[in-house]
Design a protein around this ligand. Sequence first.
Ligand SMILES: [Zn+2]
Length: 393
Amino acid sequence: MIELLWLLVPIAVVLGWWAARCGTLSHLTNTSFKLSPDYFKGLNYLLNEEPDKAIDVFIKLLDVNSDTVETHLALGTFFRRRGEVNRAIRLHQNLIARPALNSQQRSLALLELGQDYRQAGLLDRAENLFQELLVSKTHQTLALHQLLDIYQQEQDWEQAIQIAKKLATVASRPMNTVIAQYYCEQAEYFYRQKQFPVVVQALKQALEIDHHCVRASLLEGQYALENSQIEQAIIAFQRVEQQDPDYLAEAIKPLQTCYQTSGQQEAFTHYLHQVLERYGGITPMLVLAKIIKQQEGDKPATDFIFKYMNKYPSVLGLNYLLDLALSTAENVTREHLLLLKDIITQLLKNKPAYKCNHCGFTARKLHWQCPSCQQWSTLKPIQWVNGEFKSDD
Ligand SMILES: [Zn+2]
């Protein structure tokens, strides 16, 4: 309260000076100005730590006319930024109720009040105001951004899609990647509701609007696999390679399940070799090494990893090499290897697997919307950054 007081006093002084200068006070004389008794009443309230009453006085004092609207707006924004949302709402509501406002000023006040409501968690009211701005075609881009945030917060993906499409037109902003993510959100929702035909429809729409939507392919593959549509799942998972090879690591494990379920182990091995040749990467290398170990034994698997690690050194590769060495080592050698293994396990422990390209946020699991900067499709598997696992990981 004391803190607010100290902030309000200078505002009161400025208001007094300003009101006097502009002649908005009723007690202005021709030769010199006098401050209204109300002004002192307001100051008194402030000094007695009654900011709400003080605001009442100042609102009354500052006659709303074309000259004082800016001051009201500034004061309202000031309160909102300080987290005094209820005071901001009162100020802006008072402003909107005045008939003196021209349409431009009214729109500006609506935009501010909408933001107050949003901050106060009154999303329905905020939504109505921003929709009103859209209808009047004023401050459209700002209103669309606000609406988009609201619909994302409410997880109303259908509305989010419509608003994002409008934003793309009004602000000429590329929104396809984000819209595809909204369709994926819809698909996941429908899947949880067991509305399978619309799941397929939503994923199709995601891919139509963004051919590079990896998430849509992964979801399509996952749902097909769960419904034992193996061939369809393989097609979907393999599509990831063309869409964005950075995410290949996400498709390889489920692809292995697909190929194993349908007894096509050889085709999978062939696929892994191709992928390794084209992009490198630790996940296909490890999966392939494990297959070689199973089929041909430890020695060929070790040779394979050594050959690969010469080209692309990585801690995960080293870790697996140790596993292979441990399975045959004895006595002292084994002890030393175990020690090494411990060190590497410690190094790998709690290492993030994903990193946001936009803000640098790191995570253990894949988020399609960055929890830190709220951007969509910016988190990528770390081991695929620049085609290889980073040395500091
Ligand atoms: Zn981020």
